[in-house]
Design a protein. Structure first.
Ligand code: 26Q
Length: 796
């Protein structure tokens, strides 16, 4: 249907009139976007059906990736590229007077996620489809994704986000596959045919209706599925108050991570988790039954992967389905469940480990709670046999203890594979955070270093660099990104390095324009673009970056002739709405920006930009334009990071600690092609006797900066930064900001000096691009497929 641009134009115009009831001349940009979107969806339908038929006929093991987040971003250009019709469409539209780039801007990001974990899930779906692997996503169709961020007078303001305005074009509602999800009520035991059975009585049910989104593989005719569940009232509500029931039902898929500081919010979050899990498991089992009768073989045909612990109720839910619906006994059901479920851990921060109070869990999910209790009892029994008398250990490891259900323990016990997301992270899990469990289940633990899809983060976001690479090494790297290494032979090729520089410069000009459009600020594209974009968290240490900027500012004020290569510091970050400290850091960044950008003494050397509403589509503009990638978390705290890989792939150099996947970046490019500073993980984890106050007393630079937080340096905001001040001096700076300050400043001096040797810089940049193929999520997914899921791609 799209084989040439004439055909495309004809179809497009016909479709537009049919869909919108308007002539082309009357149509809006939105009409045109909807038309193209629907054409694409129809175009992929044939292959979508064929892919499903193929999986059924080949009877391949299917993987289901359960995740509470999928941070997809925009899909229009992504789909066009993967289908291989981007050029035909671009040319066809151009002849109609439509600019494809402008059209892509109409689409609102599908922001069904917060950050790394959600974007990883989206990259994985792209790799699964592009490798022709039978892997599908299961998630929630939040009506509102992550909030839209506005900065008003330096403060973050959150606005509700409405992605469905334009997201609807990609989804297909499948009402006939709806699943009933039971909550509340009580469990009745009955004995039939000498077997004890359990019945969930007086439950309130919510209907989960699937909306399927096609996941289009790259040039391979594979179309997998992302199934997003929408919460709707059941047909026969037992409630008298129908409006209340409708409201309580629909809210389950209304917001991503609603506030959990109150019990009401907590119940809602747990409801969401069970809603996702129950709907997904039941639809997986239903699909299994199309071809297979005996549930005893489920694990041979199905793998269910849980993305962190948020979907961990998949374990008791599968037990429930196997026993209560399938009639299997406990031991058989447990064997199958623990061979079906695999689990990825994304954090070692103890505050991020999920625990649910029994008083919330038990009434909401009475049958699931019973099953978790039984899992816990059997597990504690096993521990007792292995460690007789070691009550402390059993108390530490129990799934239920101190009136709480520990979700990570449930995941560790009920899965056959547990993986961390970078080498260091996995080692920390094995030898520290999950040491007790590693001792009992060493065979379960493995590492799968994260990756990113080079199709979105290079092909789509940096078409100029993509063309240059293809020009010099051919296009086989697109399917085998490891081949980017062939670029190393251009290390001494002056003409190639000049091209590389030209492309970076153009990308910086694009970003400068975006900055101007967003804030009115003029930044100089020949300055160093030094970028930190990621969620705002104390452990990610945006504060260290800010302190460095304040230091440079102070230095320039003291000595206007201080030799300093002009820099533009760029930030993008959303803070969780209830995270007070993180919001103060945003205010601080903006206060520093006001101070610095307004000061004629430093104006030509220093600029600070806070880009509002950091999200996938903005990230696609930022990574290609960066010179410096800030990856400065306190060592041992960042599980992996994935932004670090996106920067590297686009030729930015990393300034980073030896944390997460930074270590693997360093191992690949070597110490000469990365700027490493600060304490390492061992030093952080075993630090004895840190007294931040000493750094305040003995380092004049630090004292001055810390005092500036509260001494009126920022006009009109005297007590604004007290919490930051206190975190450093009263709470003893738990993220070692002051401890790493000097090392960071020294390293930044080296960065500035290196940049002045442009040839050297470009070679370093090239080395980074050349080694970035390892971080393609195709490599990561191939490892999951080989080691965990035991699945193979289809031969074409
Ligand atoms: C926990 C308890 C209660 C409610 C919510 C949560 C919660 C929510 C979201 C805990 C964690 C998350 C998200 C974690 C996340 O995004 N982690 C990041 O995952 C990336 C992909 O593996 C890594 O690269 C990052 O290092 C890691 O921070």
């Amino acid at each position: 249907m799209f084989s040439n641009k004439e055909e495309f134009k004809k179809h497009f115009l016909q479709k537009l009139e049919m869909m919108c009831g308007k002539s082309f001349a009357e149509s809006t940009k939105e009409d045109q976007f909807d038309t193209l979107g629907h054409m694409i969806r129809e175009y992929v339908s044939t292959n979508w059906i064929k892919t499903n038929e193929r999986y059924r006929s080949e009877d391949q093991r299917q993987v289901y990736y359960l995740s509470i987040e999928f941070l997809l971003g925009r899909l229009l250009l992504h789909n066009l590229i993967n289908l291989g019709i981007d050029q035909v469409v671009e040319e066809g539209l151009c002849e109609l007077g439509i600019d494809l780039d402008c059209m892509t801007e109409v689409e609102t990001d599908a922001g069904l996620g917060n950050g790394g974990l959600g974007r990883l899930a989206a990259c994985f779906l792209d790799s699964l489809a592009s490798l022709g692997l039978p892997g599908h996503g299961c998630g929630i169709r939040y009506k509102h994704g992550l909030f839209e961020q506005k900065i008003v007078e330096g403060y973050q303001v959150e606005l509700p986000e409405l992605w469905l305005r334009h997201g609807q074009v990609w989804e297909v509602r499948k009402a006939d596959f709806a699943v009933e999800v039971p909550f509340w009520g009580h469990v009745q035991a009955a004995s039939d045919h000498e077997r004890l059975s359990f019945h969930h009585m007086d439950a309130e049910t919510i209907t989960a209706v699937p909306y399927d989104v096609p996941m289009v593989g790259y040039h391979n005719d594979t179309v997998n599925t992302l199934r997003l569940w929408n919460a709707e009232p059941s047909l026969f509500p037992i409630h008298k108050d129908i409006l209340k029931y409708k409201r309580e039902t629909e809210i389950v898929s209304e917001f991503l991570y609603p506030d959990d500081t109150h019990d009401e919010g907590k119940i809602l979050r747990l409801k969401q988790q069970y809603f996702l899990v129950c709907a997904s498991i039941n639809s997986i089992v239903k699909r299994y039954h199309v071809k297979h009768k005996d549930l005893r073989n489920l694990h041979r045909h199905v793998c269910i992967h849980i993305n962190d612990t948020h979907p961990v109720l998949a374990i008791p839910e599968l037990m429930r389905v196997l026993m209560d619906l399938g009639g299997l006994g406990w031991d058989e059901a447990w064997e199958i469940t623990t061979q079906t479920i695999s689990y990825t851990n994304h954090t070692t921060l103890s505050e991020a480990l999920e625990k649910w109070p029994i008083r919330i869990f038990q009434p909401l999910l009475p049958r699931i709670y019973m099953i978790v209790t039984e899992i816990n009892e059997r597990f504690c029994h096993l521990l007792w046999e292995r460690y007789p008398g070691d009550w402390n250990r059993i108390e530490r490891m129990a799934i239920i203890a101190h009136d709480q259900v520990k979700m990570a323990h449930l995941a560790l016990v009920g899965s056959f594979s547990v993986n961390g997301v970078a080498a260091l992270h996995t080692e920390i899990l094995k030898h520290r955070e999950m040491k007790d469990f590693y001792e009992v289940f060493p065979q379960k633990f493995n590492n799968k270093t994260n990756g990113i899809t080079h199709r979105r983060w290079l092909l789509k976001s940096n078409p100029e660099l993509t063309s240059l690479i293809t020009e010099v090494i051919g296009d086989s790297w697109v399917n085998k990104p490891e081949k980017l290494k062939e670029l190393l032979k251009f290390h001494n090729d002056a003409a190639f390095l000049t091209q590389l520089q030209r492309i970076k410069q153009e990308n910086k000009q694009h970003l400068a324009q975006i900055i101007k459009d967003q804030s009115g600020m003029i930044v100089d594209p020949s300055s160093i673009f030094d970028v930190q974009v990621k969620r705002l968290h104390a452990y990610k240490r945006q504060l260290l970056n800010v302190f460095h900027i304040m230091h440079i500012y102070n230095r320039l004020k003291e000595d206007p002739h201080y030799l300093f290569y002009p820099r533009t510091f760029i930030f993008g970050a959303k803070a969780s709405p209830g995270y007070y400290y993180a919001k103060k850091i945003i205010k601080l960044i903006n206060s520093v920006a006001d101070k610095v950008n307004d000061d004629p003494d430093v104006r030509d050397k220093l600029k600070v930009v806070f880009l509002e509403n950091y999200r996938v589509s903005l990230a696609e503009r930022i990574f290609p334009a960066a010179d410096i990638s800030e990856q400065i978390s306190t060592a041992s705290k960042e599980a992996s990071g994935t932004g670090n890989m996106k920067f590297m792939m686009n030729g930015a150099l990393t300034v980073g600690t030896l944390d997460g996947a930074n270590i693997e970046i360093r191992d690949l490019v070597g110490d000469d092609n990365i700027f490493i500073f600060g304490l390492n993980a061992d030093e952080v984890l075993n630090y004895k006797g840190y007294h931040s106050i000493e750094y305040f007393h003995y380092d004049k630079r630090i004292r001055r900066i810390v005092e500036q937080l509260t001494n009126g340096f920022f006009s009109g905001v005297d007590d604004e930064f007290e919490a930051i001040y206190d975190s450093l001096l009263i709470e003893n700076d738990q993220y070692f900001v002051l401890r790493d300050f000097d090392s960071y400043v020294q390293t930044q001096i080296a960065v500035g000096q290196t940049y002045e040797d442009r040839n050297k810089w470009l070679k370093m940049s090239l080395t980074n691009i050349a080694h970035s193929g390892y971080f393609s999520s195709d490599r990561t997914i191939n490892e999951y497929a080989r080691d965990i899921w035991k699945i193979k791609g289809a031969a074409h």
